[in-house]
Design a protein around this ligand. Structure first.
Ligand code: SPV
Ligand code: MG
Length: 431
């Protein structure tokens, strides 16, 4: 019996897929490579159905002999491993983003003595309609909320970039970089109190109230699909926190991070330059319990943020708090530092992990920003948040343009700092 290899990234199986599998099975035993969730996400969008479930569904289609993981968009490894006589694909990949993959498939097939068989791919609208429908599904609060936990579970690690309005949300949603065979993108968004406040021209002192913060969130929700982590500052009064947790949860937010400070909150990166007071373990543990009791779904996460290192209270205090907050029900721990070197963050992670291997650890490397994601991952961190970088990068360019126009009394001199009109018109998909 000949061997036929196909690769499936789809999560919505329709008659087109069934018909191509049917044709393929006439050529021999059909082996189907299924792409992991992060690879599908890089290639088109986060799949509605997770990897294991997709594998199971596809394995039950008539004519499929075996389902295997294809770890990358490239077929090369699996072709060399399974040495199929045929690779079957629709003829729709001769142009466009898949052309490179196709060229490589042909090259590897030449090497192993196989043949590429392409069947006409129905170009009816159904795939586009299904894709639009899938995107809509991903934006539904119930779908979006749970995705952070799902990514944590399947990948063990994720990154988030700050977003403070629709435009920055779109940037975080759509920016992708191809690194070799891998498409890199941010997994989630961080709605930072610093950036949300700064965008409104206000200090980061819990002055921008929850109504206004929710307004920002709604702007982002309307135009994006990725999960959102909300910076909940101190969480405020427990009675308010319970209400706000339900509001966030209802909107489809995946997690709130609350920090163990009390009184007039100042931004952590001021450290001890300003007066800031840490809450007691008892009080803050109570806040965590209140937040956990308030949530209605199993998806939502309450992450406790420890300010001991920021406030120079020492490593032992940070660790004592971490274990107490986990006992109180925290779904994750964020450890913060404003030191440029990561030693205290690494020490915290190591000591915490020696007793707790499961609770996700969040880091915000604004100061200790030479550490790579791989290093954080190896040390045992699970979420890396780039907390303020879009605000900090946009502002200098805007300021420069103001100055150039004031100086020259016309705008053409500032052109090199501005994107073209054509580009700004196209930055947002129309319609
Ligand atoms: C924020 O982004 O608002 C944060 C992180 O809370 S930090 O600014 O480092 O305190
Ligand atoms: Mg903040």
């Amino acid at each position: 019996m000949k061997k036929v290899y196909m690769c499936f990234s789809t999560d919505i199986i329709h008659s087109g897929h069934i018909s191509i599998i049917e044709k393929a099975s006439r050529l021999g035993d059909v082996y189907i490579g299924v792409l992991p969730d992060d690879v599908v996400a890089g290639y088109k969008r986060y799949p509605l159905i997770e990897f294991e479930e997709r594998k199971k569904i596809i394995s039950h289609i008539k004519g499929v002999k075996e389902v295997v993981e294809q770890a990358t968009l490239s077929y090369a490894d699996n072709l060399r491993k399974y040495k199929p006589d045929y690779v079957v694909h629709g003829d729709d990949w001769k142009i466009g983003p898949q052309k490179e993959v196709r060229d490589e498939v042909i090259a590897v097939l030449n090497e192993i003595g196989g043949e590429l068989v392409e069947f006409p791919y129905g170009t009816d609208l159904s795939q586009n309609i299904l894709d639009e429908y899938s995107k809509f599904q991903l934006s539904i609060p119930d779908m979006r909320r749970g995705r952070l936990k799902k990514i944590l579970k399947s990948e063990g690690f994720l990154t988030a970039m700050e977003a403070h309005n629709g435009l920055t949300g779109v940037l975080v949603e759509n920016t992708k970089v191809k690194k070799g065979d891998v498409v890199k993108q941010f997994d989630a968004m961080w709605v930072s109190s610093l950036c949300d406040s700064t965008a409104k021209g206000k200090p980061d002192i819990e002055l921008v109230d929850i109504t206004s913060r929710v307004q920002t969130i709604n702007e982002i929700l309307e135009v994006t699909y990725k999960p959102i982590i909300f910076d909940g500052d101190t969480g405020g009064l427990p009675e308010h926190l319970a209400y706000n947790v339900r509001t966030l949860e209802r909107l489809g937010i995946s997690a709130i991070i609350i920090e163990d400070k009390i009184g007039l909150k100042k931004n952590s990166l001021f450290g001890t330059d300003v007066e800031q007071t840490q809450d007691s373990i008892e009080n803050f543990s109570n806040k965590i319990r209140v937040a956990k009791q308030a949530q209605k779904t199993g998806d939502f996460m309450v992450i406790a943020r420890i300010e001991s290192l920021i406030l120079e209270k020492g490593m032992d205090d940070a660790l004592e708090r971490a274990f107490a907050y986990v006992d109180a029900g925290a779904d994750g721990i964020m450890i913060h530092s404003r030191k440029p070197d990561p030693d205290e963050i690494f020490e915290f992670i190591e000591r915490f992990r020696s007793k707790n291997t499961g609770t996700p650890i969040v880091v915000v490397p604004t100061s200790f920003n030479k550490v790579t994601e791989t290093e954080f991952r190896e040390k045992g961190a699970n979420i890396v948040i780039y907390a303020n970088h879009l605000t900090r990068s946009a502002f200098p360019a805007m300021k420069k343009v103001c100055e150039i126009i004031l100086e020259n009394e016309r705008s053409s001199d500032a052109d090199e700092y501005c994107m073209s009109i054509k580009d700004i018109l196209n930055i947002i998909p129309q319609g």
